[in-house]
Write a protein that binds this ligand. Structure first.
Ligand code: 13P
Length: 306
């Protein structure tokens, strides 16, 4: 990365303090990366280009190296950084993952930030796994995100009815546990469960997502306790008023995958060119309309000669 530019860590802290946010866009198919970078530049929005492990095991993102190579071709570091999303310790099929191997590879290549997902483990195991990644990544100046609580939607099989889930608060992140987690692991950003759900990846992956709500009360309690940038996964389909409110209350990174993947998959057979145009148009729309983050780069990274 260009050393005269602020690090992703620094930009995330600025976003958190300014109560604005950094969108992270998932890339399940490598060709989607170029139009997403273009959309970020054209809207002057600072955002992360990212892929989760399941995007190369269950979609066509290629892998850690192909994603890195593609990023080198299309990046614009004033508006973009490369993030490794969800590398689970235990994956969605309940299998153990060589998470240290995958994340170590990304750190060595030069990814700007990484995520370790130990949310299927006990609190103590999640802390221990995250700390191992923090030690490995911080040694190279790479920021780490982790998850505490259960953001549903990645598991195979049917999900419980959404309203029932939300009302019960089942799986929501507990503020006291969050503090223990942050202090014990040294993590930089925390992904929390406050009502959002991941886009479905199973047979229902072409369906429209539920209109999720968020518990701003729970978000406040977590932020007041941990005071580090908070990450919201499952960014597609959350009711807009909740998204905007969550940014004002400490959500500093929002992950968006389904919104830009579905139009790409719908048009790919008809015309790859039209599919890429649709990714560009949808990314611009999400930034402008759903997240209201157009121009955010000028807030967190004011212009100066590079
Ligand atoms: P959506 O598919 O709901 O946008 O979620 C993306 C996500 O959280 C990736 O980590």
């Amino acid at each position: 990365m260009n050393p005269s530019l602020p690090t992703t860590s620094e930009l995330m802290l600025r976003a958190f303090r300014a109560r604005t946010a950094v969108p992270g866009f998932n890339i399940p198919y490598l060709p989607m990366m170029a139009p997403v970078v273009r959309a970020l530049r054209d809207t002057r929005c600072f955002g992360l280009i990212m892929a989760a492990r399941l995007e190369w095991t269950k979609f066509q993102a290629g892998g850690i190296q192909p994603l890195f190579d593609e990023y080198q071709k299309v990046k614009d570091e004033r508006f973009t950084r490369l993030h490794l999303d969800h590398v689970p310790v235990i994956d969605e099929d309940q299998l153990l993952v060589d998470f240290e191997g995958d994340i170590g590879q990304a750190v060595a290549l030069g990814y700007d930030s990484v995520m370790v997902d130990g949310s299927r483990l006990s609190l103590a195991e999640n802390i221990a796994a995250t700390k191992r990644i923090v030690d490995l990544a911080h040694a190279q100046g790479v920021a780490v995100e982790a998850e505490l609580g259960a953001v549903f939607g990645h598991e195979s099989g049917p999900m419980p009815p959404y309203e029932e889930l939300f009302e019960s608060g089942r799986g929501f992140t507990d503020p006291a546990e969050a503090l223990e987690f942050v202090l014990g692991s040294g993590v930089d950003w925390l992904s929390v469960a406050i009502g959002s759900v991941h886009g479905v990846i199973s047979e229902k992956r072409t369906e429209k997502k539920v209109a999720a709500r968020l518990s701003i009360e729970r978000l406040d309690a977590i932020r007041e306790t941990i005071n580090i940038p908070i990450v919201l996964h499952g960014g597609t389909g959350i009711r807009k008023e909740y998204i905007i409110e969550s940014i004002r209350h400490g959500v500093a990174k929002i992950n968006v995958a389904t919104a830009i993947r579905q139009p790409y998959e719908a048009l790919l057979k008809e015309s790859p060119e039209k599919a890429l145009d649709a990714v560009y148009a949808e990314t611009v729309r999400v930034i402008r309309e759903d997240l209201e983050l157009e121009g955010s780069a000028d807030v967190i990274q004011p212009s100066r000669p590079a």
